[in-house]
Structures are given as structure tokens and as C-alpha cells.
Ligand binder design. Structure first.
Ligand code: ADP
Ligand code: MG
Length: 326
């Protein structure tokens, strides 16, 4: 565990355990294929470890950005990955290299890519409600682990939530801890701003951030995964911000056609303006929707609480039930 001396006042954790290699990446890895993705400051490329033949994702982070030294931000990202190594739904960090200009994180490769692709896909390739239930549980498992350790992600969006495989649909790997902060020591959050569509009202109002800030983003993520639509996106940035601060959300039957009402109720526990009234990750893991049996028929409501303790009998339902896979 990093001690408080290793934590600066802005919530960055900069003490890391991983040994930083200064020999070239190419001495141990071959870069292959095209880019896996890119964000604001990073490029991610597929690579193969020479000794094992195993595939990894190399994230190249520039140490200077807009003239400022960002090495401590990168060390913070590494420290959070180390802390979350015990959770299977957070991407695993394998090795770290440093050159004069860059730090390179060698990460577990999430070969299925961003959930973003399936969120905007045509109907036959889009997630079913049953898929979303399983994937949201995994996202919550990763985020609950971070929150138990007083870490907030602050940039949860479909581009930072990846899949181990796309077809067949694999498991969740949360990536991109570039904006993550340790909650104990945050004094100033004004410069931290995630992607407009996914940020919580308190960020727009410069109010204190908390673990609830991530929960808002999980509400937006779930909405997008189920409907393919971004709930607050407006034509202009200002319109998006206004929609967020007014919590102007479309829950109409047209938008949620074929989606169960417990799913809508789940989203409504998260898209709540007051962060203290938003559901926590632990509460979400106990939510009735996520703990109902994921029937292929999306409109089947979960059994009433009085039935939940009864032993399952094969003739009670039209199809066999299976526990929700983790
Ligand atoms: P940034 O901080 O610049 O947004 P990210 O960590 O989000 O960087 O990486 C950028 C993109 O690269 C991601 O949105 C994703 O598409 C891809 N990517 C990142 N990590 C991995 C990984 N471990 N496996 C596969 N693709 C990845
Ligand atoms: Mg990113």
C-alpha cells in the first residue's frame, strides 16, 4: 500500500512497485499489426513478447504534454493499475519501459476492443439486455474494487471499457486510469474534466467529486449499452451540459423498446443529480435487475422477492434457469 507521503495533495499516487525498464521495448517485444486505439495523449499498439509469443497492448505515453512535465500523472496511472491488479475486470499491467520521451505500459491485450463499437452497432450485432446485465455486473465489480480502495476512475465511457473478445462476447476489462485519483487527498478538481457526454453534474458545477461521480458515468454507460443512444448528447457542448445539469433524460417506451422496466429503474438509481442520493457500486451489485435471471425474453420481469428463496423447480419456468455468470 502506498503511504500518505507518496501521495501528493492533488490525489495522485506516484509511488510504484513495478521496475521501470530502460532498455528498448524492441529488445523483448515485436510490434505487430496496426494501432489498437488512441486517445488524447496515448497511442496503443499490439505487440508480441519474444520469449513467450504472447500478445500484449503497448500504450505509449508522452512525458511532456503541452509543454508540461506529466511523468507524475503517468506514475499515478501505473500505481492505480498495480493497486487494481487483484481485480480481473481491470486490465492487467505486465511491464513498464521508459525512453527519453515516453513511458510505455505493456498491458494485457483486450482483443475484443471498445464496447463503444457494439453500442453503436446495428441491431443484430448490438448487445442484448442479457449481455448488458452480465457486462454491467463486471464493470461494477471492477469499479467497486477501486472504490473500496478509495480510488475514483473519473473517465468511465465506452472507449475506456474493453472486451477480451467481441464474438463470442467475452469479458470486461476497464482501461485508462489517466484521470484516476485517490480520494483521501483531493483538494482541487477544477482541471479534471472527463468527456462531456459522460461527466456528472457535480463536475460541471465544480463541486467535490467522489465515488458517486463514477456511478453517474455507469448510469450513462448502461443507458448507451441498452439503447445505443447517448442520453445527454446535444448538438452543441453547451446543450449537452444543460441536459446534464437538468438531468434531461428520455425514458420513453420508444427509446426503451423491448427493454425491461427493472433495467430502466436501474439507470434511474444512477442518473440522479444529488451525488449522495445516487446508488453506490455495492448497492448496484445487489440491484434487483442485475440479480434477476437473464432470460432471453427481455420483457420477463424478475420474480417477486417472496419467490426468491424458494428452491428452483424445472417446471416453474418455460425455460431452464442458469445463474448469472460472473
Ligand atoms: P488515453 O488515455 O489516451 O485515452 P487509453 O488507455 O484509453 O488512452 O487507450 C486508447 C485506446 O486504445 C482505447 O480507447 C482502446 O481503444 C485502446 N486500448 C487501450 N488499452 C488497450 C488494451 N489493453 N487492449 C486493447 N486495446 C487497448
Ligand atoms: Mg481513453
Amino acid at each position: 500500500m502506498p503511504n500518505s507521503a507518496a501521495m501528493s495533495r492533488n490525489g495522485l499516487v506516484t509511488e510504484i512497485r513495478t521496475r521501470i525498464r530502460s532498455d528498448p521495448l524492441s529488445s523483448s517485444y515485436d510490434l505487430v499489426g496496426k494501432e489498437l486505439g488512441r486517445g488524447k495523449f496515448a497511442v496503443v499498439k499490439k505487440c508480441i513478447e519474444k520469449t513467450t509469443g504472447k500478445q500484449y497492448a503497448a500504450k505509449f505515453l508522452r512525458k511532456r504534454r503541452k509543454g508540461a512535465d506529466c511523468r507524475s500523472d503517468i506514475l499515478n496511472e501505473i500505481a492505480v493499475l498495480e493497486l487494481a491488479a487483484a481485480n480481473p475486470h481491470v486490465v492487467a499491467l505486465h511491464e513498464v519501459f521508459e525512453t527519453s520521451l515516453e513511458i510505455i505500459l505493456v498491458l494485457e491485450c483486450a482483443a475484443g476492443g471498445e464496447i463503444f463499437n457494439q453500442c453503436v452497432a446495428d441491431h443484430d450485432e448490438a448487445f442484448t439486455e442479457k449481455d448488458v446485465m452480465r457486462l454491467v455486473k463486471q464493470i461494477l465489480s471492477g469499479v467497486a474494487f477501486l472504490h473500496q480502495n478509495n480510488v475514483v476512475h473519473l473517465d468511465l465511457k465506452p472507449q475506456n471499457v474493453l472486451l477480451t473478445s467481441a464474438r463470442p462476447l467475452g469479458d470486461i476489462r476497464i482501461v485508462d486510469f489517466g484521470l484516476s485519483r485517490h480520494m483521501d487527498n483531493i483538494t482541487e478538481v477544477r482541471e479534471i474534466l472527463g468527456t462531456p457526454e459522460y461527466v456528472a453534474p457535480e463536475i460541471l458545477n465544480y463541486e467535490p467529486i467522489s465515488t458517486a461521480t463514477d456511478m453517474w458515468s455507469i448510469g450513462v454507460l448502461t443507458y448507451v449499452m441498452l439503447t445505443g443512444e447517448s442520453p445527454f448528447l446535444g448538438d452543441e457542448k453547451q446543450e449537452t451540459f444543460l441536459n446534464i445539469s437538468q438531468v434531461n433524460v428520455d425514458y420513453s417506451p420508444e427509446t426503451f423498446e423491448g427493454i425491461s422496466s427493472p433495467a430502466i429503474d436501474f439507470i434511474k438509481t444512477l442518473l440522479v443529480k444529488n451525488p449522495r442520493k445516487r446508488a453506490t457500486a455495492e448497492e448496484c451489485l445487489n440491484n434487483v435487475w442485475l440479480n434477476s435471471h437473464p432470460h432471453s425474453h427481455p420483457l420477463l420481469l424478475p420474480r417477486s422477492p417472496s419467490n426468491l428463496d424458494e428452491p428452483e423447480t424445472s417446471q416453474s419456468e418455460s425455460e431452464p434457469e442458469s445463474p448469472v455468470p460472473s
